[in-house]
Ligand binder design. Structure first.
Ligand SMILES: NC(=O)c1ccc[n+]([C@@H]2O[C@H](COP(=O)([O-])OP(=O)(O)OC[C@H]3O[C@@H](n4cnc5c(N)ncnc54)[C@H](OP(=O)(O)O)[C@@H]3O)[C@@H](O)[C@H]2O)c1
Length: 247
């Protein structure tokens, strides 16, 4: 199995895209840290699902926007599995409003989780990934970071901020042989798009050349490749997984 014995920390992995990534990596033999903020029951289910496939997993509660909680998750990972080989910064939130209506609090909240969480987790696990053989940092951005989206000035800013961060860390990691990449999913069928009205979703799908939303598995399969040793010459990239939305 391509991930045998590699320790992978995936933020926000009790549900949605993170859950799909955790299960794909667990299935390949990884030791998986399922991070959650509030979805404890779902995190336990994710652990059970990975264990039932013969993998090893633990649930670790931490709000990624809190450096103390992230530090604690780092300690839990070390106590159970040792240093991490792979960190996937997946946890993310939206707080949509047309810009004139957007409050500073909604701006800050999105920055604190999407960018602040990436900062806290990358800082906590930086040395682990640097020292790992084939260490991997994978940041889950969005097509919205490239294209912008009506009512998402905060989210689009945070998601495009991930590109510059990833390229910079890729340069810093390169000497040690570890890599850093972004995955930029298109609209993916999870709770995050659940609240989007059907007529808006229909309009979105009509603009996607492959004529469908992404499934969690579409994103997880690309993350699995980036997390594996097979991707060792790919670094500093933004990999689009969006059904051709840029064409
Ligand atoms: N769905 C899409 O169309 C789409 C498209 C492009 C990019 N993305 C990106 O993909 C990532 C996952 O999205 P998704 O669709 O799976 O979202 P989702 O279904 O809304 O799930 C969000 C996940 O993030 C976690 N989370 C939120 N705030 C957190 C915090 N402060 N600390 C720790 N975990 C936190 C949640 O954990 P709890 O449940 O435990 O609170 C949950 O597991 C996000 O970064 C999102 O921006 C999504």
């Amino acid at each position: 199995m391509s991930m045998d014995g590699r320790t992978c920390v995936i933020t926000g992995s009790a549900r949605g895209i993170g859950r799909g990534i955790a299960e794909h990596l667990g299935e390949e033999g990884a030791n998986v840290v399922i991070n959650y903020r509030s979805s404890e029951a779902a995190a336990r289910e994710a652990v059970d699902a990975i264990e039932s496939m013969g993998g090893r997993a633990i649930a670790a509660q931490a709000d990624v926007s809190s450096d103390d909680e992230v530090e604690h998750m780092h300690d839990v990972c070390h106590e159970t599995f040792g240093p991490a080989d792979v960190l996937v910064n997946n946890a993310g939130i939206t707080a949509d409003k047309q810009f004139t209506e957007m409050t500073r609090e909604e701006w800050d909240r999105v920055m604190d989780v999407n960018l602040g969480g990436m900062f806290n987790c990358t800082q906590a696990f930086y040395d682990d990934i640097w020292n790992a053989e084939n260490g991997r940092l994978i940041n889950i951005s969005s097509v919205v970071g490239k294209q912008g989206n009506f009512g998402q000035a905060n989210y689009a800013t945070a998601k495009s901020g991930m590109f510059g961060f990833t390229r910079t860390i890729a340069l810093e990691f390169a000497q040690g042989g570890s890599t850093a990449n972004c995955v930029a999913p298109g609209f993916t069928r999870t709770d995050m798009v659940e609240s989007v009205p059907d007529e808006v979703l229909d309009r979105i799908v009509s603009g996607i050349p492959l004529e469908r939303l992404a499934e969690v598995e579409d994103i997880a399969a690309v993350v699995r490749f980036l997390a594996s040793e097979e991707s060792s010459y790919v670094t500093g990239e933004v990999i689009d997984v969006n059904g051709g939305m840029d064409l």
